[in-house]
Each structure stands twice: as structure tokens, then as C-alpha cells.
Design a protein around this ligand. Sequence first.
Ligand code: MN
Length: 328
Amino acid sequence: MSNVEAEPAALKCGAVAGDAGAGQGAAVEVLSAREVPLGGPRALLVRRTLPQRARTLIGAWCFADHYGPVDASGTGMDVPPHPHTGLQTVSWLFSGEIEHRDSLGTHALVRPGEMNLMTGGHGIAHSEVSTARTTVLHGVQLWVALPEEHRHTARDFQHHVPATVRRDGAEIKVFLGSLVGSTSPVRTFTPLLGAEIVLGPGATLTLPVDPAFEHGLLVDSGDVRLSGTALRPTDLGYLPRGTDTLTVANDSGTPARTVLLGGPPFEEEIVMWWNFIGRSHEDIVRAREDWQADSGRFGTVEGYPGGRLPAPALPNAVITPRRNPRHP
Ligand code: MN
């Protein structure tokens, strides 16, 4: 997916040095979503929880869009070829089907329960279109910031279908990292956790987690409590590092669907604008120029019936660095 906000804010993000983590019993911070139209006359509305003023990253997770369930029998999703650099995209669907084409020559279908991880590295381009047989579109689009030593890595695409682990009335699919004895074989450039957790009615799940990780629980449906704190659908509950056990409870009489994200705090400052992540304003300007000039950096997407997505105009203001807030 493309970040097609008409005037995307330039963000300088980074973990705060000396954020000690609040340890066991830390309060869950509730991050609310804001609605963002994904462009076009019949824009798909997405709910964005990362980045936001209160928090820019959870581990290397730097972007979280949650969309649907939405009637996609008409237009659905149609994002023309657009570039990425310095990041990986993770597509995870609950319902529907998206046709992915990229400048590696990949032509893949994104389906529920199947993760597609695309590495932008130095540069990639891709298009995403919901298929004609899709009636309901529902899922998440997540981005991972690449660390300095790998941010210019070669473009790549990986597909993984995780097994379902059943525990304490929950069904868990680990698409990145390790949880409840299930480990994803997909390579990441920093330690990461990504898992879909569906809790049965009234279920309470106790999860041993890495205390070096901070975590975020995105709620899709249900009355969910994360380590005692109530979350509403579309909320992202955040817990700092220093916690070795999470509890996730479903107070509703119907199943609750959540997505758990985690990783050690990302220590580098990053600059994020449109679909690019860099380390400086100049990195962003260069990436935008390379895309606009079709320089070859991002390659060519074959098979999309239409033109490329032009980059929006750069902001004319100086980018103000933004950091994660310090935790007590
Ligand atoms: Mn994209």
C-alpha cells in the first residue's frame, strides 16, 4: 500500500536514549487511530495508529494502517505503481484478496492468513489491486524501518503461511519472529514480532514475551484488555520493554481479533516522508527525484493497467525532528 496522504507530514523519528522501560506492571498506553483517505475519488479510508504524535515506532515497526471490513465489490483497493525505500512492507489480510505486482517481477496474491513481506531496500516499486472476486476487504498494512547497515539492501519479496497455534482459547498465527513456540522462518533485519491473535469469547491468554521488546497490540474486533487495560477496536495498546508476560483477554461474547507487534526499541533516528524512509531530508529529496525522473532506481512494474503514482510535492518547511516520548 502507498501512503497517499495529500500532504504527508515529514517525520523524523527515533527511540529516546535512556528510555529505561518501565518494567513489570507498566501502564499500557492507549494509542487511538486517525482516519486517513488513501487517495482517489473513492478513497479507501484507513485507520492509522503509527506513526502518531504520541509514538512513532514500536521496535522497528514504523507504520500501521488498519482498514475494513469494507465493501470492495466495486473499486476496493487500487494503488498504482509507487516506490519504497529504506523499509519493508508487511501485508496481512483478514478478508479479501489483493493482487501484488512489483519491480522484481513478482506477481502474487495476498490472501488472509498469508504474509507477504516486501523489502524496499535501496528501491522497489509495486502496485496493489483488490481482485474482482473480493467482496469484503479487511486487513492491515505494516511497515518496518530498516537499520542503517541494511537500508540500501537489494529489493526482495517473501511469502509465508504460518501455522495456527491453539492456546488458552486463542488461535495464534506468528508471521514474524517467535511466540508460543512458533517461529517464522522469514528473515528480518532487526528482531521483530508479528502475530495475529484471535481470542474466543471470554478467553484470557497469557503470553511469555522477550523483556527486551516493546509491544503493541492492535485491536480489530472485540472488547479486549491488554495486561488489564481496556482497548477498543482500532486502538493500539503499547507496553514498553521490561515486561516478560503479556495477558490478552476478550471480554466479549464473540471472537476478538488482534495483531501483536514487537521488537527492541529502534535506536536510530529516521526521516519518513510519503513512501520513503531515510536518515536526512536530502535522502528524501533524492528518492523523490529518482522516482519522478524514473531513474531506474526503483525498477519497473509490469502488468499494471495504468500509470505510475506521482510523488506529492515536498513540504517547504524545515522538518522538525520527532521522537518517541520518554517513559517514566
Ligand atoms: Mn506500498
